[in-house]
Design a binder for this molecule. Structure first.
Ligand code: GN1
Ligand code: MG
Length: 368
């Protein structure tokens, strides 16, 4: 961050903490916000985040949603704890600014928030075995049942167009027209891949438009490293990264969870032929998810699970590829060509999903 690096300890100290800050260290590897762990003299730990205001131009609205969600979880805490089987389940709490009482601090036009740390829990960037996959699916199912009665008319839309696949296709077309870029062989392959799947883009939106699928509160970003697993038992204890909670199709979430959890090499892997969608992990995710949320899904919902996995993998590939063409303006990158490689991984995953359509549909059938 160079010479103008923010004074992280001072920023953390402006929140209403129980004790002095002793250390602030980078945490996780999100593609949008910057995240740090805050240690305090009492031993209690917190998560400090700088919101990316390019992606979230109205961060106060994000915080309003987060507050609504955490109040809702607080009200539901006992009920859900009883229903979740293993007991422990929590959501991060929002810590206010000690002076203004607002759930944020601004410093040099940067927007910061502090939330509680989910202790004794870990995240993984790629799934290692079906038991982890089961827990990730179960975590998403518990989260969906927790927010199923969230008053969504009070939620702001902090990211208009999020997960509307045809919108990403339009944006891609605009970008292709706008940028003067000589495509390399891999870029050429990506454009052909997208051309062949134009008709796939509206699959969920069409089902929404004609009433087959309905809007419900969703998480928006349930990739595997947003599910916290108990460090000792491996059981899912929390879903974090709550910036995109809003009304949507649960299929965006189920699709995102599947594309993330069933890619054992992870989304940051080299884009080689080894990238594949793993059927055992798929079965485990869906068993976990349906074990917690089956009652809320109709037969029509189940009919669209295959399409969800396919289209959300395609959509993420399209988003990465568009960002590569646009000059890496949305997703954080570590090197030139990073977003192109990420796009190729998601497209290879899409191909693997397509090649296993009958097996994936059979797994869903087996769980009806
Ligand atoms: C972004 O910031 P992070 O890493 O949690 C993105 C998701 C993508 C994900 C892919 C608001 O999430 O939609 O699936 O990258 N979040 C936003 O890693 O665009
Ligand atoms: Mg996120």
């Amino acid at each position: 961050m160079g010479a103008s690096a923010p004074d992280l300890e001072a920023i953390a100290g402006r929140f209403d903490l129980p004790a002095a800050v002793t250390a602030v260290t980078p945490l996780g590897n999100g593609n949008v916000n910057d995240t740090y762990r805050v240690d305090t003299a009492s031993g209690e730990r917190f998560v400090l985040q700088r919101l990316n205001t390019q992606v979230f131009p109205q961060p106060e609205l994000v915080m309003g949603n987060l507050q609504l969600l955490s109040d809702h979880a607080e009200r539901r805490r006992n009920g859900l704890g009883a229903g979740s089987g293993e007991g422990r389940w929590e959501l991060p709490r929002v810590i206010p600014n000690r002076h203004s009482g607002n759930p944020w601090v601004t410093a040099n036009d940067q927007f910061w928030r502090l939330i509680s740390f989910v202790d004794g829990a870990v995240t993984v960037d790629a799934i290692a075995n079906p038991e982890q996959a089961h827990q990730v699916g179960r975590g998403l199912g518990l989260f969906h049942s927790l927010i199923s009665d969230l008053p969504t008319d009070q939620l702001a839309d902090t990211l208009p167009g999020f997960h509307i696949t045809p919108g990403y296709l339009d944006a891609y077309d605009q970008t292709l027209k706008r940028v003067e870029i000589q495509l390399c062989e891999a870029g050429q392959w990506c454009t052909e891949f997208v051309e062949q799947r134009r008709q796939l883009a509206p699959v969920l939106e069409a089902a929404k438009a004609d009433g087959r699928l309905r809007l419900r509160p969703i998480h928006g970003d349930p990739k595997v490293n947003n599910v916290m697993l108990c460090a000792s038992t491996g059981v899912a204890v929390s879903l974090v990264d709550l910036d995109t909670v809003k009304p949507g199709l649960v299929h965006y979430d189920i699709g995102d969870c599947l594309r993330s959890a069933c890619n054992p090499l992870g989304e940051e892997a080299e884009p080689t032929e080894a990238i594949h969608f793993d059927l055992d992990l798929c079965r485990a995710v869906l068993e976990g998810y349906l074990g917690a949320a089956r009652d809320s899904l109709s037969d029509t919902d189940l009919d669209h699970i295959f399409d969800a996995a396919r289209v959300i993998s395609f959509e993420l590939g399209l988003r990465f590829f568009s960002d590569h063409l646009a000059g890496d303006v949305y997703f954080r990158t570590q090197r030139p060509g990073h977003n192109l490689d990420r796009a190729r991984v998601q497209f290879k995953l899409t191909e693997s999903i397509e090649a296993q359509e009958q097996d994936i549909r059979a797994i869903v059938e087996g769980l009806r």
